[in-house]
Design a protein around this ligand. Structure first.
Ligand code: KIV
Length: 279
C-alpha cells in the first residue's frame, strides 16, 4: 500500500520537478479508484454543488454537505492526501469562523488540508489557519465562488495590471503560509511566471503546462458531466453515453423479461408450491 503523501512531500515534488496530479472526488467509490490509480492529491471540491448536487453554481454548497462528502472520500481512500474545499460563507466572515470550519474538515472528515479562494483579502485568514495547525492550499485566477464579481467564468489576468496583481497575490499567499496554489483560467505565460516566482507548487486548471501540477474535475475528465465543458478540459473518455446505453439496455431487458435470466437468479426447490401446501 502506498504511503500517504505529506505537505513536505508535495513541496519536495516541486523541488525535484515531479509534476503533481490532483483530481476531484466526492464519494468513496470514486476516491478508491483515483487512489488506486495513483493520483497524488484528492480534492473534495465545492464543484460538488454543480457536478453532484445539481446546483447552478458553487455558492449554495454548505459546510455540512462538504463534510458529508469529504468523510466519504476519506473512507474510500484511507491513504490518500485529501484536501477539503472551504465553501462560500465558511471563511469570509473572519478568522474565527475560518478556523472552526477548517478544523471540521480535519476532525470530522479526516482531511489533510483545506483550500480556499482569494488573494490579498484572504492572506490573514490563511495565516490564522496555518497557525492553528491547518494546512492551506490557495486558489487565485478565476475563483468560481465570486465569479459574478469577475464578470463570469472567464480567463483572468489578461491585462498587465491584473497579471501583476496576480503575481503579487501569489507571493503574498506563499508568505501567508499556503503550501500550494491552484491557478484557475489564466494565460499560460502568467502560469509560468507565477510558478517560477514562488517556491510552493502551483496546480493549474486552465493555466497551461508550466504549472507544477494539474487539477481537473474528475467528472469532466471522464466525460460524465455534459452541462458545461470548459475549453481547457480534456475528456479522456466519454462515460455519459456509455452509462445511458447501459441503462437503456437494462430497461429494455427488464421490460422484455430477458433480465434476470437463470444465471442471475437463485434456484431453489422446483416443487416449492407443493411443499408449502403439504407442510
Ligand atoms: O471545486 C473545485 O473542484 C475546484 C477545482 C476545480 C480547482 O476548486
Amino acid at each position: 500500500m502506498a504511503k500517504r503523501k505529506t505537505v513536505a512531500g508535495i513541496l519536495q515534488m516541486k523541488q525535484s520537478g515531479e509534476k503533481i496530479t490532483m483530481l476531484t472526488a466526492y464519494d468513496a467509490a470514486m476516491a478508491a479508484m483515483l487512489d488506486a490509480a495513483d493520483v497524488d492529491v484528492l480534492l473534495v471540491g465545492d464543484s460538488l454543488g454543480m457536478v453532484v448536487l445539481g446546483y447552478d453554481s458553487t455558492v449554495p454548497v454548505t459546510m455540512d454537505e462538504m463534510i458529508h462528502h469529504a468523510s466519504a472520500v476519506r473512507r474510500g481512500a484511507p491513504n490518500a492526501f485529501v484536501v477539503g474545499d472551504m465553501p462560500f460563507g465558511s471563511y469570509q466572515s473572519g478568522t474565527r469562523d475560518a478556523i472552526l470550519n477548517g478544523a471540521r474538515f480535519l476532525k470530522e472528515a479526516g482531511c489533510d488540508a483545506v483550500k480556499l479562494e482569494g488573494g490579498f483579502e484572504v492572506c490573514e485568514t490563511v495565516t490564522a489557519l496555518v497557525q492553528a495547525g491547518i494546512s492551506v492550499v490557495g486558489h487565485i485566477g478565476l475563483t468560481p465562488q465570486t465569479a459574478t464579481q469577475l464578470g463570469g467564468y472567464k480567463v483572468q489576468g489578461r491585462d498587465i495590471e491584473s497579471a501583476r496583481k496576480m503575481i503579487e497575490e501569489a507571493r503574498a499567499l506563499e508568505k501567508a503560509g499556503a503550501f500550494a496554489l491552484v491557478l484557475e483560467c489564466i494565460p499560460d505565460e502568467l502560469g509560468k511566471i507565477i510558478s517560477e516566482e514562488i517556491t510552493i507548487p502551483t496546480i493549474g486548471i486552465g493555466a497551461g503546462v508550466h504549472c507544477d501540477g494539474q487539477v481537473l474535475v474528475t467528472h469532466d475528465l471522464l466525460g460524465m458531466f455534459d452541462k458545461f465543458i470548459p475549453s481547457f478540459v480534456k475528456s479522456y473518455c466519454t462515460l455519459a453515453p456509455a452509462i445511458k446505453d447501459a441503462i437503456h439496455q437494462y430497461n429494455s431487458e427488464v421490460r422484455s423479461g430477458e433480465y434476470p435470466d437463470e444465471a442471475h437468479s437463485f434456484s431453489g426447490q422446483s416443487n416449492l408450491r407443493e411443499l408449502l401446501v403439504k407442510t
